[in-house]
Design a protein around this ligand. Structure first.
Ligand SMILES: [Zn+2]
Length: 380
């Protein structure tokens, strides 16, 4: 492989949709996402690949094999980033897949199977929720029509935005046509960097429960309304936010729980809010424990509603993870790491990845690279 070429591509990507402090802010289906996709497609065509796009905008770049009747090996990740994203999250996995193709070309190496490099749409879930939508549609975890109908904060739909940037393809999801899936990703945690280990062999992922919770109260004057008459939606939200954090602490050392977003209306001084919406994110390596944690969140909603004199409902729910990666592929990665003399260890992923959805449809595996101090997203 040509490490300088891969590095140059990463630097080129790092200038498209620039964010804070040298990072990226390349949200799914924005103009910057289109520019990066166009660039990637151009690079793949230059490497001799043919391009195919499916109905949720996943891009497949194919390098033919000797026997094209064999199911291809799929390699990829995502090109969208968090709003305060880093340069390598997702991008590394896609560009490493392209580097595999270029290296095969450089060596005039013919593979038996075709190799395809894939870009999954909206992995991050910043603009449209839930995360990992394109891979979810591909693996038939999500219905394609449902994915296309999801809206962002401005009411724009996933489907319309996909058309606008020119990536509304026609191919149906067809995971059964593939042999296996590999995803290279930064660890987004401190383990590999702290231990000085170069290759993380991911054996599985935390089970994650996500939800949007809506709280409805009533507008009222914040001075003239007596405490007994108040129906302050923000109070209901605050009670749930604090409880979710408590639940994370109750399930240490492995539990993770957070409300990362709150929206309030009308959000003005002097007016008790009539509406609030929060997102809940609960994770644990044990699927059953993650369910118990999420169950505690749900059990608390009527309690918070009664205390704040509001109504609270679950507007949207999703779940991912709780998978084990394919044993044969995990063993293959370990064997190759040992043969190459590269330090390696097994570990679990706490973050969500497209590979989770793929693992439900075809044999899948993930390789983690270290990231300095375990940081993946920019902190400012
Ligand atoms: Zn990622």
């Amino acid at each position: 492989m040509n490490i300088d070429r891969l590095w140059q591509d990463l630097l080129t990507s790092a200038a498209i949709g620039p964010g804070n402090d040298g990072g990226l802010s390349r949200l799914a289906l924005t103009d910057a996402d289109k520019v990066m996709r166009d660039l990637f497609v151009g690079w793949c065509r230059a490497a001799g690949c043919t391009i195919r796009i499916d109905k949720t905008g996943n891009v497949f770049a194919r390098r033919d094999g000797v026997n094209n009747a064999l199911p291809p090996v799929l390699i990829g990740s995502h090109l969208d980033t968090q709003i305060v994203g880093g340069r390598y999250d997702g991008v590394l996995g896609v560009l490493a897949g392209l580097e595999v193709v270029r290296t095969l070309n450089d060596n005039n190496f013919e593979t038996q199977r075709p190799v395809e490099v894939v870009v999954w749409t909206n992995e991050e879930g910043v603009r449209f929720q839930p995360p990992m939508m394109g891979s979810g549609a591909f693996a038939r975890v999500h219905d394609t029509g449902w994915v296309l109908a999801q809206t962002d904060d401005d009411g724009l739909t996933f489907g319309d935005e996909l058309c606008r940037i020119g990536y509304a393809g026609t191919d149906e999801p067809a995971p059964q046509h593939y042999d296996s899936y590999f995803e290279l990703h930064i660890e987004q945690g401190p383990v590999l960097d702290a231990e000085g280990v170069h290759v993380g062999i991911v054996t599985g992922g935390f089970t994650s429960h996500g939800a949007k919770i809506q709280i409805r109260g009533e507008n009222a004057h914040s001075g003239s309304t007596s405490m007994t008459q108040r129906r302050n939606a923000l109070v209901g939200a605050a009670l749930v936010i604090a409880k979710v954090n408590d639940i994370g602490w109750m399930f240490q050392p492995d539990g993770r729980a957070a409300c990362a977003r709150v929206d309030v209306l009308p959000n003005k001084y002097g007016i008790l809010p009539h509406w609030a919406e929060i997102t809940v994110d609960v994770r644990h390596p044990e699927t059953k424990t993650a369910q118990v944690m999420y169950g505690r969140v749900l059990d608390f909603l009527p309690i918070a509603a009664a205390e704040a004199n509001v109504t609270i409902s679950v507007a949207k729910e999703w779940r991912f993870g709780g998978i084990e990666f394919d044993t044969k592929l995990v063993n293959l990665i370990r064997t190759v790491s040992a043969e190459l003399g590269v330090s390696h260890r097994h570990l679990l992923s706490a973050a969500g990845h497209d590979a989770y959805h793929l693992a439900r449809a075809i044999p899948a595996a993930m390789i983690f690279t270290p990231c300095r101090d375990g940081i993946s997203h920019k902190r400012s």
